[in-house]
Design a protein around this ligand. Structure first.
Ligand SMILES: [Fe+2]
Ligand SMILES: [Fe+2]
Length: 394
C-alpha cells in the first residue's frame, strides 16, 4: 500500500492499465519469435526459394499496373519477391527509429513512479526489432546481390535521424530539417512523460496501416500446404506479424490508457503531441503503386523502378522502360487506384484511432493533410517528374 504523498499517483494505482501492461508483456515474452527469426536469417539461402512466391499474389511489385499485367510467370515471381524486399526495406527504417524512440520514451516515463514494467516491455520490443531488422536485411541483401549485384531498394545501415520514408519527397534541406525535428523529439520525449506516452500514439498510427498489410502478408505462410518447406521469407512475415501484434497493443495501452495516469497536458505538451501526429500524417500523405501499402513519394522510386526494368528481369531498352513507367505512373490504372484506396483506408483508421484523445486538434483529427492527396495530383506530379527523369542504367 502506498502511503507517501505524491503529486501524481503511481502507475501501479491504475490497476486496469498496469494489468493490461503486465499481460501484454507476459504474453509477448512467452510467444517471442526472436529465436525463430534468427534461425530463418541463418538458414536463408536465396537459391532455395528462387522459383516461388513469398507473398499472396496481390502483394507483388507494381501489382495490377500494365507492367504486372504484361509480365510472364517468371517475371511475376520476381516482382512478388521484390515486393517483399522493398516492403521490408522500408520496415527496417521504421524499426531503426522505433528502437531509438522506445528508449527515449521509456526514459521519459521512468521519471514517474511505477513505470518499471512499461520499460521492461519496451526493452523486449526493441530486442525483437533488432532480430526483425537482421532477418529482413539478410534476405534483402542476399536477394539484391543475386538478382542485381547492387542495391536497388535495400540500403546500408543508418541511424534514427534519417528520413523514415526511404523514398520520400525530400531534398538536402528537408532531410536536415527532419533530422532536427527527430533529434528534438528524442530530447523532449526523454524528459517528459506526456510527450513520451504520445510517441506511442504516433507509433500506433504508424503501425496501424502496417498491421493491415502485414496481416495479409502473413497469410501466405499460414495457408501454405507444406509449412515446413514454405519459403523462409514467408515464415519471417508470419513471425514478424505475431511479434508486432503485441507491439501494437502496447502502443494502444501507452498512448491511450496511460494518459489517465499522467498529469493533465500543458499547452506546450499538447502542441508537441499534435506536431508528432501531424508529422505522421505528413509522412503518410503520399502513396505508391510500386509497393501498395507504403507511403512512398512515387517520383523518388523512379530510379529504382528504372533499374528493375533495365535489369535482366525485363531487359528493356531505355525508351521502352520510360514508356512503361509513364503507363504505370502517369496514367490511371488498377494498381495506382488500389494504392490510393489504401491511403484513404489508412486515413479513416487513423481517425478512429485518435478518437479517444481529447487533446488532438481538429485538423489532425480529420486527417486533413492525408485527405488533401488526390489521384489526379499524384498523376500530374508523376507526369512532370517523368518528363524530367533521366535514368542511369544498372
Ligand atoms: Fe518489427
Ligand atoms: Fe514493432
Amino acid at each position: 500500500m502506498r502511503t507517501l504523498p505524491a503529486a501524481v499517483p503511481a502507475l501501479s494505482e491504475d490497476k486496469k492499465t498496469s494489468k493490461k501492461i503486465a499481460i501484454n508483456h507476459k504474453r509477448n515474452k512467452k510467444q517471442d519469435h526472436t529465436e525463430l527469426m534468427d534461425q530463418c536469417a541463418k538458414d536463408f539461402r536465396y537459391e532455395d526459394c528462387t522459383d516461388e512466391y513469398w507473398n499472396p499474389e496481390e502483394f507483388s511489385l507494381l501489382y495490377a499496373t500494365p507492367l504486372w499485367i504484361e509480365a510472364d510467370e517468371g517475371q511475376r515471381v520476381l516482382l512478388n519477391q521484390l515486393f517483399w524486399v522493398a516492403y521490408y526495406s522500408q520496415i527496417i527504417s521504421a524499426e531503426v527509429a522505433t528502437i531509438f524512440f522506445n528508449q527515449t520514451s521509456a526514459a521519459g516515463m521512468y521519471a514517474l513512479e511505477g513505470f518499471r514494467d512499461v520499460c521492461d516491455m519496451l526493452d523486449l520490443e526493441s530486442a525483437q526489432e533488432r532480430a526483425h531488422i537482421n532477418a529482413f536485411k539478410t534476405v534483402s541483401d542476399q536477394f539484391e546481390e543475386a538478382v542485381f549485384g547492387e542495391r536497388v531498394f535495400s540500403w546500408e545501415m543508418r541511424g534514427p535521424y534519417a528520413q523514415t520514408m526511404i523514398f520520400p519527397d525530400s531534398n538536402k534541406l528537408k532531410d536536415w530539417w527532419k533530422s532536427l525535428q527527430l533529434r528534438s523529439f528524442g530530447l523532449l520525449s526523454a524528459g517528459n512523460a506526456f510527450i513520451a506516452s504520445q510517441y506511442f500514439t504516433v507509433r500506433g498510427m504508424r503501425t496501424l496501416n502496417g498491421k493491415m498489410v502485414q496481416q495479409k502478408l502473413s497469410l501466405y505462410y499460414q495457408r501454405h500446404p507444406d509449412q515446413e518447406n514454405a519459403p523462409l521469407p514467408s515464415a519471417i512475415s508470419y513471425y514478424h506479424f505475431m511479434d508486432e501484434s503485441f507491439h501494437f497493443n502496447s502502443s494502444c495501452i501507452l498512448g491511450h490508457d496511460l494518459i489517465g495516469s499522467l498529469p493533465k497536458p500543458t499547452a506546450f505538451e499538447r502542441m508537441v503531441g499534435n506536431k508528432g501526429i501531424r508529422g505522421c500524417q505528413f509522412d503518410h500523405r503520399n502513396f505508391s503503386a510500386v509497393v501498395k501499402g507504403l507511403f512512398w513519394y512515387e517520383p523518388a522510386t523512379f530510379q529504382a523502378v528504372y533499374k528493375v526494368l533495365r535489369s535482366d528481369i525485363f531487359k528493356m531498352e531505355d525508351a521502352e522502360a520510360r514508356h512503361m513507367m509513364y503507363r504505370c505512373f502517369g496514367e490511371e490504372n488498377d494498381g495506382n487506384i488500389a494504392s490510393f484506396d489504401v491511403l484513404k483506408t489508412a486515413a479513416d483508421s487513423y481517425e478512429k484511432f485518435l478518437d479517444p484523445l481529447d487533446y488532438v486538434s481538429d485538423r489532425n483529427r480529420k486527417m486533413q493533410v492525408m485527405r488533401d492527396t488526390t489521384l489526379e495530383g499524384y498523376l500530374s506530379t508523376n507526369r512532370r517528374a517523368l518528363s524530367r527523369f533521366r535514368g542511369t542504367n544498372v
